[in-house]
Design a protein around this ligand. Structure first.
Ligand code: CA
Length: 223
C-alpha cells in the first residue's frame, strides 16, 4: 500500500510519514500543491493525504484536478475546523477529511476505512469461472478456453445468474423474474429458447455441456 502525503508543514509531514511507515505503508511526500498534483498524476498511489492550505495550488484545486482522471481515495487534512473547506472538499470528491491537529490513531483508522471502501468497490468487478468458462461481470464478456463468446444481453444475464448459483437448480420462473423482470408477460418457455441460444454458442461449439436441464424443474450449472 502506497500513500502520498501532501503537506507543507514539514514537521507534521515527517511525523506522519514515520507513523505511516511504522504501520507498514510505503510513503511519498510533497510540500506544495503543484508538486503533489504532479506526483499524484504520474505515480501509483493507493491513497492520498492532502492538506487544504498549501502553497502554490491549494488542496481543493489539487483534488479537483486529480478527480478528472482518478478515483484514488483522498483524505483531506484541514487546519481549521472550517465547515466551508469540508463541504467544498467533499463536493469535490474527497472520501473523508480530518481536522488538524489530529490523533494519529484516528488518521490510521480513517485510512483503513478509505482503503476498505476502495477494495469493496473493486470486488464488484467479479469474474465467475467454471472450468474453462469465464464470465466477467463488469467488462460484460464471456470466454471459453480463452476464446471470446458473443452473447446478447439476455443470454449473458441467464448465464450469469446460473453461474452465481452454481449447483442450485433455478426454475424457469426464477430465471424469468431475474433476467427479464417481474413484468414480463410472455411464456416461460422463452427461457428454454434462450438456453438453446447459449448452448448453440458454447456447448455446440466446444463440445461441452455447461447448463444441465432438470426435467420439470429448471436449469443448473453443476460444479
Ligand atoms: Ca498547510
Amino acid at each position: 500500500m502506497k500513500i502520498l502525503l501532501v503537506e507543507d508543514e514539514e514537521k507534521l509531514a515527517r511525523f506522519t510519514e514515520l507513523e505511516l511507515m511504522h504501520e507498514g505503508y510505503e510513503t511519498a511526500k510533497a510540500f506544495d500543491g503543484r508538486t503533489g498534483l504532479e506526483m499524484a498524476e504520474t505515480g501509483e498511489y493507493d491513497l492520498i493525504l492532502l492538506d487544504i492550505m498549501l502553497p502554490g495550488l491549494n488542496g481543493i484545486e489539487v483534488l479537483r484536478r486529480i478527480r478528472k482522471t482518478s478515483d484514488v481515495p483522498v483524505i483531506l487534512l484541514t487546519a481549521r475546523d472550517s465547515v466551508m473547506d469540508k463541504v467544498s472538499g467533499l463536493d469535490t470528491g474527497a472520501d473523508d477529511y480530518i481536522t488538524k491537529p489530529f490523533d494519529i490513531e484516528e488518521l490510521l483508522a480513517r485510512i483503513r476505512a478509505a482503503l476498505r471502501k476502495k477494495s469493496t468497490h473493486t470486488v464488484s468487478s467479479q469474474v465467475l469461472v467454471h472450468g474453462e468458462l469465464s464470465l466477467d461481470t463488469s467488462a460484460h464478456t464471456v470466454s471459453y478456453a480463452g476464446k471470446n463468446i458473443e452473447l446478447t444481453n439476455k443470454e449473458f444475464g441467464l448465464l450469469k445468474k446460473l453461474l452465481e448459483n452454481r449447483s442450485v437448480v433455478l426454475s424457469r420462473e426464477t430465471l424469468l423474474e431475474d433476467v427479464w423482470g417481474f413484468d414480463y408477460m410472455g411464456e416461460t418457455n422463452i427461457v428454454d429458447v434462450y438456453i438453446r441460444y447459449i448452448r448453440s454458442k458454447i456447448d455446440d461449439v466446444f463440445g461441452v455441456k455447461i447448463i444441465q436441464t432438470v426435467r420439470g424443474v429448471g436449469y443448473v450449472i453443476r460444479d
